[in-house]
Design a protein around this ligand. Structure first.
Ligand code: DI6
Ligand code: FE
Length: 403
């Protein structure tokens, strides 16, 4: 729908354009938006006379950032695992719970049992929590079906979210998330008979934007992930990977060798893996919610990633087991407090670098040509976004330049 030009004034702009001032900050900014995109942006005093008489929106001196991007979630799933949380706090171990059919398989069971409408209904409050914090793009993975019908159903639900909420959804096929109990001890057979054919089917239905996997001792090995990535390449789909979360299997180097958009978690990443990621331009997605929930002790090597110039994104990993967290603002705070990222890195991690982790040019920064999806905050300075805990200063989102 064509839109007339509009002018936003009286705002502090955190453009997040790399290389500029910290946060790409413009103190007294102005922004001209048309057709859903930014047409002009800069200091108010530099506004060209041609734009000065456009209809004006006064933002009351508030802070404007790009709409936030949560680039790693498992938000479509059945049930929850609060009972297991309670069991663990009453002394049961994760292994005991898993052996009793709990853990990830309990979510698989609940997800398989849920119809498409039920899955959608249970996902929406989580989506709405993200939107309420200024999120305008959210990634959603499959991976709790582990059979053809349920994997496809999860991805259809993800697509439906974008039809009923003002949010962009990017899907990742995560059939290689876990080996389902009916294939216990037969991971290769699961890949051959279920995972790979389901990826083809999901792609044929237009349900897949990227291909993901869980490369870990308890999940899939490097050679197994290689098979999944080969099919992704054949289908022309970009890849990403849960890598080095609980141990170092060399997953990050594998991902980088396949030109991955991102490698995610990375607590056990070593310098060689870091170099491979830097050379390939693969984004490191930092997920403090899982680290916190699992009470991990080895933090991802943030200083190493920084020194090698690997772009770092930050995401919630919103999932019912290892990261039952929907707050991207809290993820930013945790990335700073637990991992010593700076507030500027945390904000870049949920904007410009998150966009890159999803392969979305034209998002995550405020620049001429960028999509005018904005978050407007009752804040003076962008460091406030990562600083507070459990406090949401969002004033409103502006989607496609529309107030
Ligand atoms: N890494 C994780 O921590 C989660 N998935 C993954 O690939 C675990 C998901 C769950 O416990 O449900
Ligand atoms: Fe995950």
């Amino acid at each position: 729908m064509p839109q007339t030009l509009g002018l936003f004034t009286s705002c502090r702009l955190a453009t997040m354009v790399p290389g500029d001032a910290p946060y790409g900050l413009i103190d007294d900014g102005a922004m001209v938006v048309g057709e859903g995109r930014i047409v002009w942006i800069g200091a108010r005093g530099d506004l060209p006379a041609a734009h000065a008489h456009l209809p004006q929106h006064d933002l009351g001196g508030r802070l404007v950032t790009p709409g936030l991007i949560d680039c790693h979630t498992h938000l479509v799933h059945g049930g929850n695992r609060a009972a297991e949380f309670e069991q663990r706090l009453n002394g049961a171990t994760y292994e005991q719970i898993a052996r009793a059919g709990g853990g990830i398989m309990s979510t698989v069971t609940a997800t398989r049992a849920a119809g498409e409408d039920d899955l959608l209904a249970s996902a929406l409050p989580r989506v709405d929590a993200a939107i309420a914090e200024g999120v305008s793009v959210i990634e959603v993975k499959s991976g709790y079906g582990l059979d053809r019908d349920t994997e496809l159903r999860m991805l259809r639900v993800a697509r439906r979210i974008a039809q009923i909420r003002a949010v962009v959804v990017r899907t990742s096929f995560l059939g290689a998330h876990a080996v389902p109990s009916e294939y216990a001890g037969r991971a290769d057979a699961y890949l051959e008979e279920i995972c790979l054919p389901t990826l083809r089917a999901a792609h044929a239905e237009g349900l897949v934007d990227a291909v993901d996997g869980f490369c870990e001792g308890i999940a899939f090995s490097v050679p197994q992930m290689q098979r999944v990535f080969s099919l992704a390449a054949e289908l022309g789909l970009p890849v990403k990977l849960h890598a080095e979360q609980l141990s170092n299997l060399g997953g990050a180097a594998l991902a980088a060798a396949h030109g991955a958009l991102s490698a995610d978690h990375l607590e056990y990443l070593d310098e060689a893996g870091c170099r491979s990621m830097a050379a390939a331009g693969t984004v490191a997605v930092i997920l403090p919610g899982a680290f916190y929930t699992l009470r991990e002790v080895q933090a991802p090597p943030v200083a190493l990633l920084r020194s090698h110039g690997v772009p770092m994104a930050v995401a919630t990993d919103m999932n019912p087991g290892s990261s039952p967290m929907s707050s991207l603002l809290l993820a930013m705070n945790m990335a700073c407090t637990l991992f010593r990222m700076t507030p500027a890195e945390a904000l870049a991690g949920v904007t410009v670098h998150a966009a890159r982790a999803l392969g979305l040019p034209g998002r995550g920064t405020l620049a001429v040509g960028s999509v005018a999806d904005l978050a407007v905050w009752d804040c003076d300075h962008p460091a406030e976004l990562a600083y507070r805990i459990g406090y949401n200063p969002l004033w409103r989102r502006i989607i496609g330049g529309v107030m």
